[in-house]
Structures are given as C-alpha cells and as structure tokens.
Design a protein around this ligand. Structure first.
Ligand SMILES: *[C@@H]1O[C@H](CO)[C@@H](O)[C@H](O)[C@H]1NC(C)=O
Ligand SMILES: *[C@@H]1O[C@H](CO)[C@@H](O)[C@H](O)[C@H]1NC(C)=O
Ligand SMILES: *[C@@H]1O[C@H](CO)[C@@H](O)[C@H](O)[C@H]1NC(C)=O
Ligand SMILES: *[C@@H]1O[C@H](CO)[C@@H](O)[C@H](O)[C@H]1NC(C)=O
Ligand SMILES: *[C@@H]1O[C@H](CO)[C@@H](O)[C@H](O)[C@H]1NC(C)=O
Ligand SMILES: *[C@@H]1O[C@H](CO)[C@@H](O)[C@H](O)[C@H]1NC(C)=O
Length: 425
C-alpha cells in the first residue's frame, strides 16, 4: 500500500519529469519578433551579372536616423521547396520542350518555415518600408561579383531615380533570417536607362500582357504571335519569351548568390511592383515566404515561364489596393498612362493569397496609376489602422485567393499557324 506521501512524491516526480522533457523538446518561442538591419545592396551590372555592395558600418550610422532597424512579427507556415534548384531547372526545361504534363510528379518537399506575420499591420508597414529604397544614396561602395575576386565600382544604375533592377539585403544580427528586397517600378524592373532597357520592356510586355502587348492596331507588337481577330499563338509566345527573357534568370541568379553568402539562413523575399512579381516567381520556385506590394498579376507569367507549380503557393502574400490599375490588371486602355509609356499591364491573376484594400470604396480614390507608388501606399494605406478591417476585429483586410480569376478573356490562345500578312516578325 502506498502512503499518501509516497504517492504525492511520485506524482511530483512524474510531473517534474514531464516538465523537463517538455522543456527539452520545446523550441524557442515559435513566433519571435525579428529585427533586421541593412547589409548589402544588390544590382545588375551592364553585362547583366548580379553584383553586390556591402553597406559599411559608417553608412549604417548615417542610416540609423532613417531607422535602419526593422522590427517584424513572425508566424510559422508551410511551404514547398524543390529538392534542388538543378532538379527544378531540369523539370522546367523538360516542360518547355515536351509540354506541361511532366510537371505533375515533381518531388516537392513540404517544410515548416518562419514567415512574416502578414495579418499584423505594423509588420506590413515595416516590410513596405524595406521594399522602398529612398534612404540609400551613398555612392562610394565597391560593387563585387560573387563569382570573381574582383571588386569594382559600378556607378551604373544606382542613381536615386533610375529604374534599374536592384534592391537591398537585410539580415537579423545572428544571420538566421535574411530578407531579399526587390525594387521595381512600373517602367521596367531590369536595366532602366541602361543597355538592356529595350529588351526589358519587351520582356515585361511578354510576361504581363495578353498577346505581345497588342493593345490595338496602332501598337507595334513585341512579338509576332498575334494571328488576327483576338487569336494568339501560345507556342510562339513561349518561344519568344525563352529566347530573350532576363527577368526570371536574373532573379534566380540573385537568389542562388544569396544562398551562397548565407547558406544556412531562412530567406524571405519582398518587393514592390514588378519587383514584387519577381519576388513571387522566386517564392514559387524556392519555397521562400514572399510579401509583395502592388505587384501585377504574375500567375500567367509563371505559366509562360513553365515553372513547375508547387502543391500550394499560400506562402506568397500580395498586398495591394484596388485603385492601382497595375495590380488590378486594368492598365491596358490605349490612352492609359501605362500604354502611353509603352507598357501593357493586362495580367490580373495572382498566385498565393491577396490582401486587397478597398481604397476605391472606403477612401473614394479613383483608379489612377499615380496611386501605385510605394510611398503612397506606405503613407496613405498602411500607416493607419484600416478601419473596415478593425470593425470586424482584424488589423488588415482578410487574405483571399484569386481562385476564380480570369484574365485576357477576350483572347483565344492556341496553336494558330502563322498567316501571311498578319502579326509581325
Ligand atoms: C552568382 O550569380 C552569377 C550570375 O550573375 C553566377 O554566374 C554565379 O555563378 C553565382 N555565384 C554563386 C556563388 O552562386
Ligand atoms: C559622391 O557624391 C558626392 C555628391 O553627392 C560627390 O561629391 C562625390 O564626389 C561622390 N563620390 C564618388 C566616389 O563618386
Ligand atoms: C580568387 O582568388 C584565389 C586565391 O587568391 C585564386 O586561386 C582564384 O583563382 C581567384 N578566382 C578568380 C575567379 O579570380
Ligand atoms: C553575418 O554575416 C556577415 C556577412 O554578411 C558576417 O560578416 C557576420 O560575421 C555574420 N554574423 C554572424 C553572427 O554569423
Ligand atoms: C470606411 O470604413 C469605415 C469603417 O468601416 C466606415 O465607418 C466609413 O464610413 C467608410 N467610408 C466610406 C467612404 O465608405
Ligand atoms: C506565305 O506565303 C508564301 C508565298 O506567298 C508561301 O510560300 C508560304 O508558305 C506562306 N506561309 C504561310 C505560313 O502560310
């Protein structure tokens, strides 16, 4: 017979034991708040190579006045990554040559990752600020390529107003989490005024327009796939893209270079506009958590680039408002400011989920490309609590998927042999 004393001793021993095993298996708090500091700038050299520059400590001091530390709330999510980038590239190439069907048995690996808490208003605001590049304008950094020992100065493309493809790399002090921020503008994410500008506009129009940026008969199309009426040859479209696209390969090079610098870190990718679209395509490739701001619909681009599609893309979150014609895919009228700049941004379906602010309804904004800028979004949409969300006990509008999204509905895509006299070569 056990005495009560002995029983209680046993009980406390058992509970002690349970407690200690709990402690052994319990991880650090699953949703730590992370603080990021600016580490590197990245850009593309005139020869389309990815180059980096380290942010010197001296500059960090100067920058801290403009708050160089970004505090972000986190949560744990599921995502899908390929066993290796080589396997992913192979599958993509096979699909390009032999059709989509081969992509279905791609061996995606599910994993739990720490991601930004996209339903927290302060977190979205902080990530939007990190996507903005306004505060960096020092000019003496040495730019370097990872693949060589060479350190060079690249004045090219880093003027405050230039449209070049570039951005920032942030990291936590212990390097465990790294944020890759991609800057983009509505006027081309690659090159800008540089030697690749012409090619880049062509790429944008191939990826984000319905059929080679054919807006109406006054437009010179960027590829010869238009087949009269509303017919578009889809093979032709994809061939044109493969031959010439820099958009996606520059992004994958950048990501691979970053994993070389930070081999054991978790990587998040964020970006504005076309930088956001590229962030999402990279997230769909590597399984990294993604948050974009005012990105044009990139689902069609993922298809045209033949990316193997993961079982879910819910690790990708788009944040935009409905007065922005670029994110909404309505930037396509012949007289729209997009068309006047030579861009047709007609795609509207997004991967993953979207947090859409109804600025048309609740702030009485009219649809206007001038509402697209990141500074506008930071100051007028994300800074204050969003009242319609607060009213239903949330901080930000509810994330939703674009499940029934249709785009380019007036077009017929198919296998149309080239007719003499139509389209353009
Ligand atoms: C970095 O990217 C460049 C392309 O810009 C590539 O040639 C190089 O091999 C990459 N380096 C590493 C270490 O991944
Ligand atoms: C950096 O910019 C300043 C003016 O903003 C200029 O005076 C200085 O010469 C520049 N330095 C280099 C190395 O280009
Ligand atoms: C980099 O430097 C190492 C040693 O200094 C040298 O062996 C190697 O060839 C260099 N690589 C390049 C690409 O110059
Ligand atoms: C983090 O990475 C940087 C390179 O960007 C390196 O200089 C630093 O020592 C690393 N810090 C830690 C704690 O590993
Ligand atoms: C915006 O939303 C708030 C909260 O739901 C509401 O009180 C306000 O009337 C709305 N404004 C407009 C113009 O609909
Ligand atoms: C275009 O016309 C030429 C002669 O007029 C003909 O030889 C050629 O096969 C035609 N091409 C197509 C694609 O119909």
């Amino acid at each position: 017979m056990l005495s009560t004393a002995l029983t209680s001793l046993l009980v406390s021993l058992v509970s002690l034991f349970t407690e200690s095993t709990d402690k052994e298996t319990s991880k650090p708090p699953s949703n730590p708040q992370l603080n990021f500091e600016l580490r590197h700038l990245h850009a593309v050299s005139p020869s389309s190579h990815v180059v980096f520059a380290d942010v010197p400590n001296r500059a960090k001091g100067i920058l801290s006045a403009g708050s160089n530390s970004h505090s972000v709330k986190t949560r744990t999510i599921k995502s899908w990554k390929p066993p290796s980038f080589e396997l992913h590239s192979q599958a993509r190439l096979q699909s390009l040559r032999f059709g989509q069907s081969l992509l279905h048995d791609f061996p995606w690996e599910e994993e739990e990752v720490l991601a930004p808490d996209v339903e927290d208003q302060a977190t979205l605001l902080e990530l939007a600020k990190m996507s903005n590049n306004a505060y960096v304008d020092f000019n003496e950094t040495g730019w370097y390529e990872l693949s060589s020992n060479w350190s060079v100065s690249y004045p090219f493309g880093w003027e405050p107003d230039a449209d070049g493809f570039r951005g920032h790399v942030f990291a936590t002090p212990n390097n465990e989490t790294v944020v890759l921020a991609l800057k983009g503008t509505s006027a081309g994410v690659l090159g800008g005024g540089g030697p690749t500008a012409k090619k880049d506009k062509l790429n944008d129009n191939l990826l984000f327009s319905c059929c080679c940026a054919r807006v109406d008969w006054t437009w010179t199309t960027v590829c010869g796939c238009y087949r009269g009426g509303w017919k578009c040859d889809v093979d032709c479209l994809e061939t044109a893209l493969i031959e010439d696209s820099l958009f996606y390969p520059v992004g994958t090079n950048l990501y691979n270079n970053l994993t070389y610098m930070y081999p054991t870190s978790d990587i998040w990718i964020i970006g504005h506009s076309l930088g956001g679209a590229l962030a999402s395509l990279l997230g769909a490739t590597f399984g990294s958590p993604v948050v974009t701001f005012e990105a044009p619909g990139e689902k069609m681009a993922a298809g045209r680039l033949h990316l193997p599609s993961p079982p879910s893309t819910l690790h990708i979150t788009h944040v935009y408002h409905n007065a922005d014609p670029i994110a909404m895919g309505t930037c396509n009228g012949v007289l729209s400011s997009c068309a006047l700049a030579g861009f047709a941004m007609e795609s509207r379906c997004h991967l993953g989920s979207s947090i859409v602010y109804d600025t048309v309804g609740n702030l009485s904004w009219s649809v206007d490309v001038r509402t697209h800028g990141i500074v506008n979004v930071i100051e007028k949409v994300l800074t204050d609590p969003w009242l319609p969300a607060v009213e239903v006990g949330r901080q930000v509008p509810e994330p939703k998927t674009d499940e029934d999204c249709v785009e380019c509905y007036s077009w017929e895509f198919g296998d149309f042999a080239a007719k003499n006299g139509t389209g353009m070569t």
